[in-house]
Design a protein around this ligand. Structure first.
Ligand code: 8YV
Length: 315
């Protein structure tokens, strides 16, 4: 039996590539010099897309693949997949929830600690000789016992809150409704009020057209000059222009960001700021989690082509 043709929109680790090559005829869109010519040549054979969270699949791409049956996202976020285009053609969609939750929460909490305690600047202080020449490193802000806000108490937000409890923080959260599993957390429906409560505001909600710029100019202003914004979700959840202005004017204290509009080509204004910690969208980037994500993508593909139930369907 011939192997099904699949399209990859971006690279996966070698351990996944070997497995995908063994079971499918793989077409790598990301290696094509001329994307349109590549799709004209191979588009009518493609039955599945293996994509990544930030790359998704646009309506334009889906439109060029007449035999497309399933899109498997290597990531929990499927905001970059045009679900309306998929629904219209009965194309199935899967993602990789659960397996990455703890690593994403870990990175969010690590960013809070690194940024609040000035750990990156402190290392430079040692390595560039400032410690020996100038003496003591400037004092930074405490984390434990302070106030946290979690915007979006889904799987990742819940794990962030669980970790923050270990720092004896006063934790509030916002979501479309109060959650029955939110023991010990205060529900504050309005994101502006949540930001007013918080010293550290974590953005952990799934991105969609509805949540676009939910972290508005007003939310950023309410967080204020002593506040820190930590984003481990998607850039579209934040009004990035308002964020940049607030960081530049110091009306927001600081930010720790794993995601950016137009990433990996982020707005260069971020690079000029000393009150922002920038990370290369790697919250799920551990060997253990990426192996589990890749396996889930491959298991979903295999289930689809075997005619079995998808393991983690979105559509
Ligand atoms: C991945 C992600 O970094 O889960 C998501 O939604 O964005 C991340 O886990 C990404 O999908 C890997 O390309």
């Amino acid at each position: 039996m011939s192997k099904p043709d699949i399209l990859m929109t971006g690279p996966y680790p070698e351990w996944d590539q070997v497995e995908l090559d063994a079971h499918y005829t793989v077409h790598k869109l990301f290696e094509a010099a001329d994307r349109d010519a590549f799709l004209n040549q191979h588009g009518d054979k493609i039955r599945a897309i293996a994509t990544r969270g930030e790359l998704g699949a646009s309506a334009e791409l889906i439109g060029k693949l007449p035999k497309l049956e399933v899109i498997c996202v290597y990531g929990v976020g499927f905001d970059a997949v045009d679900l309306a285009a998929c629904r219209a053609r009965g194309i199935r969609v899967t993602n990789t929830p659960d397996v990455l939750t703890n690593d994403v929460a870990d990175l969010g909490v690590a960013m809070m600690l690194v940024q609040s305690r000035g750990i990156i600047g402190a290392e430079t202080w040692v390595k560039d000789g400032s410690w020996a020449e100038k003496g003591l490193y400037p004092l930074k802000r405490r984390v434990w016992g302070r106030k946290a806000g979690v915007l979006g108490l889904g799987r990742i937000g819940f794990e962030v809150a669980k970790r923050l409890k270990g720092f004896d923080m006063d934790i509030a959260y916002s979501d479309v409704e109060a959650k029955p599993y939110a023991d010990g957390l205060t529900y504050i429906a309005d994101p502006v009020e949540l930001a007013r409560h918080a010293d550290f505001l974590f953005i952990t909600l799934a991105a969609s057209a509805v949540t676009r710029h939910i972290v508005s100019k007003d939310v950023i202003a309410a967080l204020g000059p002593e506040g820190m914004l930590i984003n481990i979700s998607r850039a579209s959840n934040i009004d990035e222009e308002a964020l940049l202005e607030a960081l530049e004017n110091r009306t927001l204290g600081s930010a720790a960001l794993d995601v950016f509009e137009g990433e990996p080509k982020l707005n260069p204004r971020f690079l000029q700021l000393d009150n922002v910690l920038v990370q290369p969208h790697h919250a799920s980037g551990t060997i253990e989690t990426r192996k589990a994500m890749g396996k889930l993508v491959r298991d979903n593909l295999a289930a689809h082509f075997a005619g079995s139930a998808l393991l983690t369907p979105v559509l």
